[in-house]
Design a protein around this ligand. Structure first.
Ligand SMILES: [Zn+2]
Ligand SMILES: [Zn+2]
Length: 369
């Protein structure tokens, strides 16, 4: 019998989180109940916490769920091909399934159910309430998208499916990266590192990663995970260094994953080879980009594209790579937190706690504080 209530972290406003006991939703033929093993946290969690990313309160945050099917409706079990006891990685987005973007297959920007609809983003007053993964149990909607993943991988590593999925979509799928390509990753954070892993898995010829002086440890990790070269943009002349490393050609693929700083966007056209694909995925708080020379986009015939979220193909690629055990993902994982320490977890991730530097962190509801 599934439990009647679940602990959950409820956000009631900017920087306001509280631990509550919430009712577990009734199961229907089309829904499921996930026992959350881990919930990854990323930059979006920090933005949601501080209020930079607007959401409707109160709500249960947590958009990177990994867990075990605790209960499931008959039709959901058939549709998803999973059953009680299976471990699944759940996509953040809950698409509507029938709007224009859903029908085109590019459902990461679906707004068909009103605003950004997904795990961790739907308010509590929308039944059945337990939409987010900062909880012991999470509701699985008829349109949630679970992917089966092996149970013998530690939860804090298996939950890397989410950032690694972003690496596959942003650094491989969208720019069609393959053998022979030089890939330049601007920013060595969680998404920058998973872009390196994905580009390497896709057979990229050469991978270069940039960062600041304070990112030295992350740049070293980037080299360990497959980058051929790293550039400290505060110590080295970025454009000259990229020219040197590419024999004057520039990069074939550029993945921009630096948050809030607009400089890398202005740099990208200078660093690009003719006909390069430039993927912009780092959010800037809607700041305009100074010194962007659009003529370079014209004369080099660059393809500039935006990337928001991750879809099934890339998640599947990430899950297969995690299951292969070929990549030392544990090197990326820095912090495990108990559910009741969610606030501290976000503060560590957001760089608000002196002396703590997170690369990949997660909440483990079974961990007792
Ligand atoms: Zn995230
Ligand atoms: Zn839709």
């Amino acid at each position: 019998m599934p439990p009647r209530t679940s602990r959950a972290i409820v956000q009631t406003g900017p920087r306001q989180l509280e631990l509550r006991e919430l009712p577990v939703p009734e199961l229907t033929d089309d829904t499921g109940l996930l026992r959350v093993e881990a919930c990854g946290i990323c930059g979006s969690d920090a933005e949601q916490y501080t209020g930079t990313l607007p959401v409707q309160y109160p709500l249960v945050p947590g958009h990177e769920p990994l867990g075990v099917i605790e209960a499931i409706g008959d039709r959901a079990a058939k549709r998803w091909g999973v059953n009680v006891g299976d471990r699944v990685a759940v996509e953040a987005v809950i698409p509507c399934g029938h709007c224009a973007v859903c029908r085109s297959g590019r459902y990461t920007v679906c707004r068909g159910r009103g605003g950004m609809f997904g795990h961790g983003y739907v308010p509590l007053d929308r039944p059945p309430g337990l939409w987010g993964a900062y909880a012991d149990y999470m509701h699985l909607d008829a349109f949630s998208i679970p992917h089966r993943i092996r149970t013998d991988i530690p939860p804090s590593i298996a939950v890397i499916f989410n950032p690694l999925g972003a690496g596959f979509r942003w650094a491989v799928e969208l720019p069609r990266t393959g053998p022979g390509d030089t890939v330049l990753v601007l920013g060595p954070g969680q998404r920058g590192l998973t872009s390196v892993i994905a580009a390497r898995a896709a057979g990229a010829d050469r991978i270069i990663v940039t960062g600041l002086s304070r990112d030295a440890a992350k740049l070293a990790l980037a080299r360990e995970l497959g980058a051929d070269h790293t550039i400290d943009v505060e110590q080295e002349d970025l454009r000259r260094r990229v020219r040197e490393l590419t024999g004057g050609r520039g990069a074939d693929v550029i993945v921009e994953v630096a948050s809030y700083t607009t400089e890398p966007v202005a740099d990208a056209p200078w660093l690009a080879a003719t006909h390069a694909r430039v993927v912009l995925a780092g959010v800037k708080g809607f700041k305009p980009v100074a010194d962007f020379v659009s003529d370079l986009v014209v004369v080099k015939e660059l393809t500039v594209m935006g990337a928001f979220g991750v879809a099934s193909r890339a998640y599947e690629a990430a899950i297969r790579l995690i299951e292969s055990g070929r990549v030392p993902l544990e090197r990326m994982h820095t912090h495990d937190f108990a559910l009741e320490d969610a606030e501290r977890a976000i503060q560590v991730l957001g760089g608000e706690v002196p002396g703590e530097q997170s690369i990949h962190s997660c909440l483990l509801p079974a961990l007792r504080a």
